[in-house]
Design a protein around this ligand. Structure first.
Ligand code: A3P
Length: 293
């Protein structure tokens, strides 16, 4: 057993956060009753999860858009496998928004009815890795690393929550025909948030007028989310889970291509070689640089 094991719990070959996971929920996932209008936001960690939680909850609920109800994002779109606030999912009124980092083979079987929807958000994995490196060093419940080299090894070994990035995206992509699923890039959301929100609305079959759309977009920008206590996760990570220092944030930088300021040429080339080998038959497009079309 190496020291990462004390932070991780392996369930059917997939790593979860040991202290936060709701193991009963996972073990009984096959029998979890899915409603036709349920939506699952599925991501590998650090790919834009809380951003999408914010967007979807604003699209669906006027009371969040108007701020008449003050509910933190994690309760508006709770994690399926990390039910931190112990909500009774069966009592949540429809439409329910769930969030999950699970691989395709661990989500409730009912999602394969193809009526309930899945939105899979993915991000270029070099930016995911940098975001994850900072996050694991910030959070008291996650394994810290001394340097990027060490984290790179761990990420490429899949010894992190979410296991191997390559397996996560491949699994979901190759099984996309089993689900009513839309894939969306973090970078597209970053480059054109409004169009992305329109696309999401169309997938959700939810019509918003121009003013409502404006409000969703405005409240989902990095800057506005960072200063919004309901959206920035400060309460959860600092108040409830605990951080190692006070000067880090969940809403860290929110950019495309931050990896360029961190990877050495050697690290980048090593990553590229593995990426090309592992992803060669997956036609998803990736954006590595803000200036890329
Ligand atoms: P960085 O660490 O690169 O800043 P997740 O929610 O899946 O854990 O992803 C967290 C990452 O998404 C962080 O990336 C965070 O800053 C970024 N993020 C969250 N909200 C965002 C927004 N509105 N715009 C751009 N990036 C956002």
């Amino acid at each position: 057993m190496d020291d990462t094991d004390s932070y991780l719990l392996s369930f059917r070959g997939y790593n979860l956060e040991r202290n936060l996971v709701d193991i009963d929920q996972l073990e009984n996932a096959d029998d979890f009753e899915i409603r036709d209008d349920d939506v699952f936001i599925v991501t590998y960690p650090k790919s834009g999860t809380i951003w999408t939680q914010q967007i979807l909850s604003l699209i669906y609920f006027e009371e969040h858009r108007n701020k008449t109800e003050k509910v933190v994002t994690i309760d508006r779109a709770p994690f399926f496998e990390y039910n931190i606030h112990k909500l009774d999912f069966s009592k949540i009124s429809s439409p329910r928004i769930f969030t999950s980092h699970l691989p395709y083979y661990l989500v409730p079987k009912g999602l394969k009815n193809k009526k309930a929807k899945v939105i899979y958000i993915y991000r270029n994995p070099k930016d995911v890795l940098i975001s994850y490196f900072y996050f694991t060093n910030l959070m008291a419940n996650l394994q810290a690393t001394r340097n990027l080299d060490e984290f790179l090894d761990r990420f490429l070994d899949g010894k992190v929550i979410g296991s191997l990035w390559f397996d996560h995206i491949r699994g979901w992509y190759e099984h996309k025909h089993d689900f009513n699923i839309m894939f969306m890039k973090y970078e597209d959301m970053k480059k054109d948030l409004r169009s992305s929100v329109v696309k999401i609305c169309s997938f959700l079959e939810k019509e918003l007028n121009e003013e409502e759309l404006d409000s969703v977009v405005k409240q989902s920008t990095f800057r506005n989310m960072k200063s919004d206590p309901q959206a920035n996760y400060d309460q959860i990570i600092k108040g409830e889970i605990g951080t190692r220092t006070n000067d880090g944030f969940f809403m860290r930088k929110g950019t495309i291509g931050d990896w360029k300021y961190h990877f050495t040429v050697e690290q980048s080339e090593r990553f590229d070689r593995i990426f090309q080998r592992k992803m060669k038959d997956i036609p998803l497009k990736f954006i590595w640089d803000i200036n890329e079309e």
